[in-house]
Design a protein around this ligand. Structure first.
Ligand code: G4P
Length: 534
């Protein structure tokens, strides 16, 4: 799976970092993320025929879904990284959950990338999940490349789609290619940098790399006719209205390069890869908790952005995914766990994508290391070797909007229930809130998206064998209670105070209105929005 990307011993991590492109695809479900992943891997020759990494139910191949629930429902909830070599670069594609329900996992994955590809369905344009994911990118200043997919079938007008990107998310579109032939009659693209026509030929079902034909503008005019003329006209229009590529604006995340294609037909995928290599930002020195950037060639350091258990049904293991920030990682090295100061052995380091795992021997800044049996590691933790010691800022946990009280239906399994809840809390599958009033037997689960509850319930029953009952609570607004002494004021008929795993007291309200009413009654109440590490 690593396609030789990490083969050999890296002499210079800073130089290796320059070859890295670490990104995620953000899209609404069904826009074609799994298909695009396959197509990218196919172009990089990781797999010989598209279909091998597809995650949808009923299709062949290795999947990026490893829970049974994911398989049966054909969705991808968990995330990992696909690594492959392309030209002189090493591409790390981090998988983000694809379901409409949002989860914290998605935010965390986006904390570990340097850029994102926003995948749009040509017939649908910007959809709710794309918008939410894009908000996270904006928040983090992540540069975004836009790929307008499914151009092989009827959809919307290309100019109209670009306008939508500009108007709804405020990113100035800078098309690098422009479609020749409206959606549904896709002949190829006008490559705007060279002015040449790149024509695509269909292969059966897009299972292999589509062959490309390059024509000069004169040849294209003779061969393609009116569709070519129209593409040239529209491209000129774009140039006149500020739609030409501007690297600075892209890196500042105020403008987005746009490409057109069809993942299923393998059209435009080569161009996307080339642009990722040419334009996408490479790993930069990451600032530590005190804001001092750690140089790429400093000794090894990484931060954990995701923890997952039960990935391999035959081994009840726990894998922590860490993004390397500086230095070279070599399997077997003993690193320091910054949170505890304790040593951590990396004997079992892996590349993980879907059900496929390879032993990973070497990794460089920008790469993702899967650390097996990582019971001590939590999301946000830093690992490092050598001096100086380093600690990176934690990953912000987003304000949950869904709350449910959970208890086991089998009193004989209460020990397993407690262990399972603790595990899910540590992994960040859900946040676990507790209060003396509710007790340990019925904690409150908090989630960004309700899908997280389903995952939690499924895992409690199948992994920990503790059947649970869940009851949604009528809260939707949460605030941090700044002064612990004010608990009694905040605990009301339609509000409740609970403690987060890190000890922070939170107040849950039924609505914004309820919160305002409580604040009017008790103007001295000190509340603040939920931000910061869990
Ligand atoms: P997701 O991971 O973003 O959820 O999307 P996925 O790749 O599974 O694609 C969703 C559907 O869109 C699939 O069809 C897929 O074949 C189709 N698709 C993806 N890219 C393109 C494209 O460029 N053009 C066209 N026409 N379709 C595309 P499906 O009906 O759900 O599955 P299948 O029966 O085709 O396998």
């Amino acid at each position: 799976m690593s396609a030789g990307a990490t083969a050999g011993r890296a002499a210079d991590p800073a130089q290796e970092a320059r070859r890295r492109r670490t990104f995620a695809v953000i899209s609404h479900p069904d826009a074609g993320k799994s298909t695009l992943t396959e197509a990218l891997a196919l172009h990089a020759k990781v797999i010989s025929e598209a279909g091998a990494v597809h995650g949808k139910a009923g299709r062949r191949g290795v999947v990026s879904d490893w829970l049974e629930m994911e398989r049966t429902r054909g969705i991808s909830i968990t995330s990992a990284a696909l690594q492959f070599a392309y030209e002189d670069c090493v591409i790390n594609l981090l998988d983000t959950p694809g379901h409409a329900d949002f989860s914290e996992d998605t935010y965390r994955v986006l904390s570990a990338v340097d850029s994102a590809v926003m995948l749009l369905d040509a017939a649908k344009g910007l959809e709710p999940q794309t918008l939410k994911l894009f908000d996270v990118c904006r928040h983090r200043g992540i540069p975004v490349i836009t790929f307008i997919n499914k151009w092989d079938r009827p959809g919307r007008d290309a100019l109209e789609l670009c306008d939508e990107v500009q108007e709804r998310i405020g990113l100035r579109p800078m098309p690098l290619t422009w479609p020749v032939g409206e959606s549904g009659r896709f002949r190829g693209v006008l490559e705007r940098s060279s002015g040449e026509f790149v024509g695509y030929e269909r292969t059966s079902g897009g299972a292999a790399i589509a062959s490309e034909q390059r024509l000069s503008p004169g040849e294209a005019r003779a061969e393609v006719g009116a569709d070519w003329d129209r593409a040239v006209e529209e491209s000129d229009l774009l140039s006149a209205s500020g739609g030409d590529f501007d690297a600075e604006a892209f890196h500042a995340a105020t403008a987005t390069p746009v490409l057109f294609g069809s993942a299923v037909r393998n059209f435009g995928i080569g161009q996307l890869l080339q642009q990722l290599v040419a334009l996408a930002p490479r790993p930069e020195p990451r600032p530590d908790v005190r804001g001092r950037p750690r140089e790429l060639d400093a000794p090894f350091s990484a931060f954990v952005f995701k923890v997952q258990t039960g990935m391999d049904p035959s081994h009840r293991d726990r894998v922590a995914f860490a993004r390397v920030c500086s230095g070279a990682f070599e399997r077997g090295m003993v690193v320091t766990h910054a949170a505890t100061g304790k040593p951590f052995s990396t004997k079992y380091a892996q590349h993980v994508f879907g059900q496929q795992r390879d032993t990973l021997d070497l990794a460089n800044p920008g790469d993702v290391v899967g650390l097996v049996n990582a019971t001590a590691l939590r999301v946000g933790d830093t690992l490092y070797t050598g001096k100086p010691a380093v600690e990176y800022p934690g990953i912000p946990s987003f304000a949950p909007e869904h709350f449910a009280v959970v208890s086991t239906t089998d009193p004989g399994r209460s020990k397993q229930f407690r262990r399972g809840i603790e595990q899910l809390s540590q992994e960040g599958v859900v946040q676990v809130l507790r209060s003396d009033k509710r007790g340990d037997a019925s904690p409150v689960l908090a989630a960004v998206g309700p899908m997280q509850f389903e995952v939690a319930m499924h895992r409690m029953e199948n992994e920990f064998r503790a059947p649970v009952r869940m009851e949604q609570l009528p809260y939707s607004v949460v605030r941090v209670l700044e002064d612990d002494q004010q608990r009694a004021l905040a605990d009301g008929r339609r509000s409740e105070v609970l403690d987060r795993a890190d000890g922070t007291p939170l107040v849950l309200f039924a609505s914004e209105h309820e919160m305002r009413t409580t604040q009017r009654l008790h103007p001295e109440l000190k509340l603040s929005p939920v931000v910061g590490a869990q």
